[in-house]
Design a protein around this ligand. Structure first.
Ligand code: COA
Length: 378
């Protein structure tokens, strides 16, 4: 007798870059840039044509965001006050792209943990905030590097890309279009962060995660049932990046100053105020739909953008101040890694959970976009 396919999470994978930048190193480099900028533009600043730049501070960064350090693919270029961006050697078309390379590393980790061979996978979704190029799709390059016979495509829902990818993969399983789907989230956020912008220069880090979504019938022991998923979007300009293929038509791309709309820009205060209640409501509504109360939630793996946002959201969901066990953070070590954040938290903080324990993977960010994935350990 054949059963209706049921999507589950078989395993996750993580790739962490070797290099790391502490807040102290970051602020020293930023302040050297500020001194240089103010010196070079002294006349224009004195004439009132340019605003003087202000120094950054380690204390502010830790208090406002909870971030203490971040991993990056190229530390030297980012910390060079004359450059303030990663330096990455351009690769030939015959070499694996760097974004695909870190995605493949995370995918291999997930496959190994599931005891799965790449040849058993049917589809690859590359779900991330930024793709390295317009085409061919990163997902197809990752598929080729892993030797997967099937299909792949890219999807971008900014910080919510991973949860949107999970629901999309789950729907393919339910529809019978695939039995095993890899959702890969390579995030080289250092490439789109404006390291010259005092308001945001501390936010992002680089990483890659992968999630293997499979039909329960073939999933390994100890997999996670997906109890329900819910996605939501609502247009907002408060997190925006205008980098795109029409920039040339608009007169070019300028990413050189302390403010550029062709890099990540946000109204952090507004994001904080609007997104916290929006996401908390989405989670609570979904818990009602699934018949779950705060006391049923063993763990929340929330999007890792800001510890204060997570504290407020977790409080609303659980009905009390969350402990580190109930709502683990990876922000202190990884920074905000866009779509990968909640997946890193899940990946690093689930070993102690027992069969029957329920948790929530939740993302939120630009769009606005938010996604919830309620899971139960088997
Ligand atoms: N170093 C020192 N001081 C800084 C600073 C820096 N790097 N950046 C800003 N400040 C100062 C500001 O000038 C301001 O000073 P003022 O009060 O004298 O005017 C003060 O700190 C507060 O600035 P503000 O930007 O309002 O800080 P905040 O408390 O809102 O924290 C964020 C900033 C970005 C950490 C916070 O808004 C946030 O996390 N928002 C959520 C959005 C998010 O994380 N999005 C990521 C994508 S999902």
């Amino acid at each position: 007798m054949s059963h209706a396919p049921q999507p589950v999470i078989s395993a996750t994978g993580l790739f962490t870059p070797a290099e790391r930048i502490s807040n102290q190193e970051l602020v020293a480099s930023f302040n050297a840039y500020v001194a240089r900028y103010n010196f070079e533009n002294a006349d224009a600043i004195a004439a009132g044509d340019l605003a003087e730049l202000t120094e950054s501070s380690v204390e502010f960064i830790e208090k406002a965001s909870g971030i203490a350090s971040r991993y990056v693919v190229d530390k030297a270029g980012i910390l060079d006050p004359a450059h303030m961006a990663p330096r990455l050697a351009e690769r030939s078309n015959d070499e694996l792209s760097i974004l695909a390379e870190i995605g493949v590393a995370a995918a291999k980790d997930a496959l190994a943990r599931a005891g799965r061979d790449a040849s058993d996978v049917d589809a690859v979704l590359c779900a991330a905030s930024n793709m390295q190029r317009a085409y061919p799709a990163m997902a197809v390059e990752i598929q080729d590097a892993l030797g997967i016979d099937g299909f792949g495509f890219d999807m971008n829902v900014a910080c919510s890309s991973a949860t949107f990818g999970i629901q999309t993969a789950a729907d393919y399983i339910r529809a019978g279009h695939a039995k095993s789907v890899l959702v890969v989230n390579p995030e080289i956020c250092s490439g789109h962060l404006n390291w010259r912008d005092r308001d945001s220069h501390f936010i992002f880090g680089d990483v890659a995660t992968a999630i293997l979504i499979e039909d329960k019938a073939i999933a390994p022991a100890g997999h996670w049932d997906i109890l329900g998923t819910k996605l939501k979007t609502q247009f907002s300009n408060n997190i925006r990046n205008n980098f795109g293929f029409l920039n040339r038509g608009h007169g070019g791309i300028d990413q050189s100053g302390p403010k550029s709309d062709k890099l990540f820009v946000q109204e952090g205060r507004k994001v904080f105020k609007e997104v916290v209640p929006w996401v908390a409501n989405l989670i609570v509504e979904q818990m009602e739909v699934l018949g779950l109360a705060g006391a049923d939630m063993r763990r929340l793996w929330l999007h890792q953008a800001n510890t204060n946002m997570n504290r407020l959201i977790a409080h609303r969901v659980l009905g009390h101040e969350a402990s580190e066990t109930e709502s683990p953070t990876v922000l202190d070590t990884y920074g905000n890694t866009s779509s990968a954040g909640s997946i890193i938290a899940f990946h690093l903080h689930h070993d102690d959970m027992a069969a029957g324990d329920t948790g929530l993977i939740c993302s939120f960010g630009a769009g606005y976009s938010a996604g919830t994935v309620f899971v139960r350990k088997t």
